[in-house]
Unconditional design. Structure first.
Lengths: 68, 354, 252
């Protein structure tokens, strides 16, 4: 069981986490933007997440916290 | 009573720095100041200090910035072309409100110039050693004893007001030897430097030493605060010597090496009955306008004697403000004026035959 | 559930100004993680350089000093000589370290200054809008090489790790990258080794991080990662170019 929390304020929608996730669980939101106009990364299916933290490791904005 | 030692100017400067707690010297060889570095290279390791011959004068001034950020007394020395190299670093030091000691043993310029003494870096030291609105506290020694005494003064004033300091010497003072006394009371560095970046040890907030302020209003406020400190320096730290000025009508104004020549000329002129005195600026920044001002009314003429094409004369003219004639006599390129030449000028101003 | 990944303590709570996908952010985080793991934030003084990372003094929680362009190794030298028991690092880009600062870089290395140098090599000058860098590749189009870098007039790129590995004062010269999770982990190990070397007084350590600049390369973050793999890594091979601790068969 694992939980990924993405700080939408810090996220710049760069997409590196989306590519890093080995299970393709992340995507850039299409239905909303943050205050800076970026499409933040969002978790599609938390239940599949194993907490590998690959997303957090690749995030250049330290926007992701991972719990396991 | 302290013992007198016969020392060469450059070496006396270095020894004075060590005696007032400077343990970090960063420099580069250049004539006529290399003895400062050579002396430091022998003495500092024995005092557990750092002597580092840097890869360039640019690297040396930046090493001074680093060391002084840590809260220690640091120093560099060079001569005219090397001082030009340091400009940017000095601006960063001034813009970061750091104390530091920079020695310029002036030589003929511009460019590679010559290796004989000059005073042609006056403007650089007092108006333009680096871009931006800032000043250095500038001292002009005229004897080897002053070379010694001014080192602790430069550090004290620098640390009190958080301003870098320069001792503007020249090749003649650097190379000559005179007996000197070192003060028996050793200066302790100002203990408290709460702004220093020496590791917060988790006991205080982090310190940042910086000169970058992207918001114009913030930068302006910082500069204005810095200028309030400069105003205090101007008020409290001007220094000058008045020699035979009490009843003088002609005032020779000269600093450093040219003041030695001028002093001889003034004495000879007095022996001929000419009422002449010497005002010798000791601080070049702040310029001792109070001393000039108090003599303007009784003066008939001012004669500035410099080893350049006329730099300090502008500052005298600013104070005199058109009220009296201000004339200039100078030699440059490394040529030292003779007392006879200066005497000739004094006689000319006094209306006497030469 | 326990937290297994969060912002390191040595990193300030200040959002980065870097472009989306810029790998500066990853490297800042790695440096902060290492400072946390080694427990040295309180003794550390970082030296900020001039480039996109000019505001790094806002991003780290240790004491920071801002240096002039290229002069960080000299400022670091002054700091280290005044504070020999503290931890001093510089964080520099390719213009700062290998153009204007090349003399300071080489001499700090050859003196074996006990400092740690983090070198961000993205083959371009980011802050000033994408000009050619000493590490820009032959044929690379930049603002000041609009027809592609012509080696006949602009010369060849400099391989800094290889250059510094020839100097006896260099304790560690390692080139890493941050294009993948595996490589980020290796980069962190190298950075940690660089700081440990300093603590163990082994000499000068430089970790060259091959990085992206999506904005000035004119690519998306993902495309930039691919460009890095296809073009940068063949010219700047990853690896250890000098490691005195390895030569001695390991430290401690």
């Amino acid at each position: 069981m694992a939980k990924v929390t993405i700080n939408e304020t810090l996220c710049k929608g760069c997409g590196l986490c989306v590519d890093a996730c080995p299970k393709n669980l992340l995507e850039l939101a299409t239905d909303h933007i943050n205050a800076k106009g970026y499409h933040p990364s969002t978790m599609k299916d938390q239940s599949q997440c194993v907490g590998c933290a690959s997303c957090a490791i690749m995030c250049p904005d330290v926007a992701i916290t991972v719990e396991r | 009573m302290a013992e007198k030692v016969l020392m060469k100017g450059n070496e006396a400067l270095a020894e004075a720095a060590i005696q007032c707690g400077c343990r970090h010297y960063f420099g580069y060889p250049i004539t006529p100041q290399t003895e400062v570095a050579a002396y430091m290279s022998k003495r500092l390791p024995k005092e557990g200090g750092t002597f580092l011959q840097a890869e360039s004068e640019i690297a040396a001034i930046n090493m001074v910035l680093g060391a002084t950020s840590a809260g220690v007394r640091a120093m560099t020395s060079s001569s005219s072309p090397g001082i030009s190299l340091k400009s940017e670093g000095v601006s960063y030091i001034g813009g970061s409100d750091l104390p530091a000691l920079i020695i310029n043993v002036q030589r003929g310029g511009p460019g590679l110039g010559g290796i004989q003494p000059s005073q042609s870096d006056y403007w650089q030291a007092t108006k333009a050693l680096g871009h931006g609105d800032f000043q250095l506290f500038v001292l002009a020694p005229s004897t080897i004893q002053e070379m010694v005494d001014f080192v602790s003064l430069a550090y004290e004033v620098g640390e009190k007001y958080r301003v870098p300091a320069m001792i503007l010497s020249d090749g003649m003072l650097g190379q000559m030897m005179e007996p000197v006394e070192f003060p028996t009371k050793k200066d302790e560095p100002v203990a408290d430097k709460p702004w220093a970046t020496n590791g917060h040890q988790n006991k205080r907030k982090k310190n940042i030493i910086n000169s970058l302020y992207i918001q114009p209003e913030e930068l302006e406020n910082l500069i204005k605060e810095r200028y309030e400190r400069y105003a205090k320096i101007k008020e409290n730290e001007q220094r000058a010597e008045e020699f035979m000025c009490d009843d003088a009508e002609i005032f020779v104004v000269a600093f450093g090496a040219s003041s030695r020549v001028s002093r001889s000329a003034v004495m000879q002129a007095r022996a001929e009955g000419i009422k002449v005195g010497l005002i010798r600026p000791i601080t070049l920044w702040p310029f001792p306008d109070k001393t000039i001002e108090k003599n303007v009314d009784k003066a008939k003429k001012f004669l500035c004697v410099e080893m350049n094409m006329g730099q300090m004369v502008d500052d005298v003219k600013l104070v005199v403000n058109g009220r009296k004639d201000v004339e200039f006599f100078g030699r440059t390129g490394g040529v030292i004026p003779t007392p006879a030449e200066v005497l000739g000028e004094i006689r000319r101003l006094a209306g006497k035959e030469n | 559930m326990a937290v297994v990944f969060e912002k390191p303590k040595a990193l300030a709570d200040v959002p980065f100004h870097y472009c989306p996908g810029c790998t500066h952010g990853i490297v800042h985080r790695l440096v902060a993680e290492v400072l946390d793991e080694l427990g040295v934030e309180g003794q550390t003084v970082g030296v900020a350089s001039v480039g996109c990372s000019v505001f790094s003094y806002n991003y780290f929680n240790c004491d920071m000093v801002q240096a002039a362009h290229g002069r960080a190794p000299a400022v670091a030298t002054g700091l280290k000589r005044a504070l020999p028991d503290n931890v001093i690092f510089t964080y520099q880009g390719d213009g700062d370290l290998a153009a204007i600062g090349m003399a300071e870089t080489v001499h700090a290395a050859t003196r074996g200054e006990n400092i740690t140098v983090i070198f961000i090599n993205n083959a371009i000058y980011g802050m000033t809008g994408g000009q050619m860098a000493p590490t820009s590749l032959p044929g690379q189009v930049t603002q000041t090489s609009p027809y592609g870098r012509d080696v006949k007039t602009a010369g060849y790129p400099i391989r800094v790790c290889e250059l510094l590995s020839t100097l006896s004062g260099t304790a560690l010269a390692q080139r890493v990258t941050v294009d993948s999770v595996a490589h980020v982990r290796e980069a962190k190990k190298a950075i940690k080794k660089g700081f440990e070397n300093q603590i163990n007084k082994r000499g000068y350590s430089i970790i060259e991080v091959v990085s992206t600049c999506p904005t000035n390369w004119g690519l998306s973050p993902k495309e930039a990662i691919n460009w890095l793999r296809d073009n940068m890594l063949p010219y700047y091979p990853l690896g250890v170019y000098k490691d005195v601790t390895a030569e001695e068969g390991g430290d401690k």
